[in-house]
Design a protein around this ligand. Structure first.
Ligand code: ZN
Ligand code: ZN
Length: 240
């Protein structure tokens, strides 16, 4: 049985070779990243912001400057990597160049780093930040959903990609200032049902910058009575 499975996997990987999420070269059988690239990964380590999970430089700080001046709608957030050079390229290919296969590596890394954290918080469901319908049709997939599904499989936590709906095609957040970002996201999300059955939700996205997208989605859920909302992203911008 085991041999059969191994053979199946071997044939599959010859037909569909896996690419390294960092350099995009084909990796050897049974691995999902090359050894040299693994060493380059900018994992988030301690100290990190107690609210959003951003990497901090100084031990004595509790929160990043962003969280010091802003109230977030979620309880706590975590991220796997800092959004640095290597990860920027990786995220780009994951998002725009159909490298959906990277998701399993990101999910394994997330489960390894934050599996315990998710269990302790009793996460019942993973919800990906949805993409606007037209945009998804054009691109063919929503990278946040792809990541959520891999993470759900890894953690054995159900994924609900239907509950939240993006009703506005928002302007890319990076082109806007803080106030414009808020306006841009106001009423960007809606729920597909009136009653939400979950009480502990993990929202996931690919990149966290200021947290305004996560906040907008979290407010939408809080308006429906959900109190415990946590967030997790593959990458997070660097803190100050
Ligand atoms: Zn590599
Ligand atoms: Zn923070």
């Amino acid at each position: 049985m085991k041999k059969e499975r191994y053979l199946k996997e071997a044939v599959y990987s010859i037909l569909f070779p896996r690419h390294c999420p960092i350099c995009d070269e084909i990796v050897s059988l049974g691995t999902d990243i090359c050894e040299t690239c693994e060493k380059k990964l900018p994992y988030i380590t301690e100290p990190s912001c107690k609210k959003c999970g951003k990497q901090l430089e100084e031990e004595e700080r509790e929160y990043c400057s962003d969280c010091n001046r802003k109230v977030h709608a979620f309880k706590q957030g975590k991220a796997v990597f800092s959004y640095k050079k290597e990860m920027k390229l990786s995220m780009y290919r994951f998002k725009y160049a159909n490298r959906r296969e990277y998701a399993s590596f990101y999910a394994k890394a997330a489960a390894e780093q934050y599996g315990e954290w998710m269990k302790r918080r009793g996460i019942e469901v993973i919800i990906p930040i949805p993409m606007y319908g037209g945009k998804k049709r054009k691109r063919g997939y929503n990278q946040a959903e792809t990541f959520a599904k891999s993470l759900g499989k890894e953690m054995k936590i159900p994924v609900d990609a239907r509950l939240l709906k993006r009703v506005k095609n928002t302007i890319p957040q990076k082109e806007l200032n803080d106030t414009q970002r808020k306006d841009n996201l106001k009423r960007a999300f809606q729920l597909r049902t009136n009653i939400v059955e979950y009480s502990k939700i993990l929202l996931v996205d690919d990149i966290y910058t200021t947290g305004s997208t996560m906040d907008a989605a979290a407010w939408c859920l809080r308006n429906a009575g959900v109190e415990d909302i946590y967030v997790l992203s593959i990458c997070i911008g660097e803190g100050y």
